[in-house]
Design a protein around this ligand. Sequence first.
Ligand SMILES: C[S@@+](CC[C@H](N)C(=O)[O-])C[C@H]1O[C@@H](n2cnc3c(N)ncnc32)[C@H](O)[C@@H]1O
Length: 261
Amino acid sequence: MNNEYLGKVYLVGAGPGDPNLLTIKAYNLLRQCTALVYDALVPQEVIDLVSKKCECFFVGKRRGHHSMSQESINLLLADLASSHSIVVRLKGGDPFLFGRGGEEATYLQSQSILVEIVPGITSGVAALAYFGIPLTHRLVGSSVTFVTGHEGIDKLRPSVNWRALAKATNTLVIYMGVHNIEYIVSELIEGGIDKNVSAAVIQQATVQGQRMLKTSLQHLASEVSKQDFISPSIVVIGTIIDFQVDECITTPANVTMPILF
Ligand SMILES: C[S@@+](CC[C@H](N)C(=O)[O-])C[C@H]1O[C@@H](n2cnc3c(N)ncnc32)[C@H](O)[C@@H]1O
């Protein structure tokens, strides 16, 4: 253990936006930390939970602003761990699901910095729950796949095999998919999925602006564009959508979250 580092970095999931969905552990760490490094998909009301003496650093992507590189974020976390005993690295949803939490944990560990993961409720679970759509169902949903729709930017990463997924799972829950929706739909149909299967998009789940569109897969891309659905949104594809329990729709929290680009 390198004595240079006094503190521990907690990679904390902030949940999908509604502050009531923070875990008690996340809440307690936010109250105790003296350094906070946070991403874009966290409402101000959650940031405001920290004490007045906490140093706060925004490192996320926002419309019209450059985001900090992953390398710079890693260095910032290491630097803060040398002068703070509790550093909270706060990420939307769950830190280990499409949140680069794994990369940050590996880096911190390589520097002999103590690190702990605090899971959060991921948006792909909460978005469906707030609209009364079960994630699984004994009749139609024995499998569910969480997948990123944001592919092809970094060629070093494996790209998603949509054609294979078309028949491999009952329900697809797609993160970061709205910008790529035309391509995703055409690949799934090429892969043999029923083009009439139900599809939904849920934007800004659990916070102000929460809304959903439901359609069939073949009309999904045109409806996304017509109704101007933008990020952050979760795309759901599968018969499970037909099992929505309308009476279960949850009122979103009275907080706002930034729109991504
Ligand atoms: C970089 S990923 C982060 C996912 C996050 N770690 C999680 O577990 O929810 C960002 C994507 O998550 C989804 N997302 C996050 N918060 C959301 C929300 N409140 N409503 C809908 N989608 C959301 C969107 O697909 C967005 O583009």
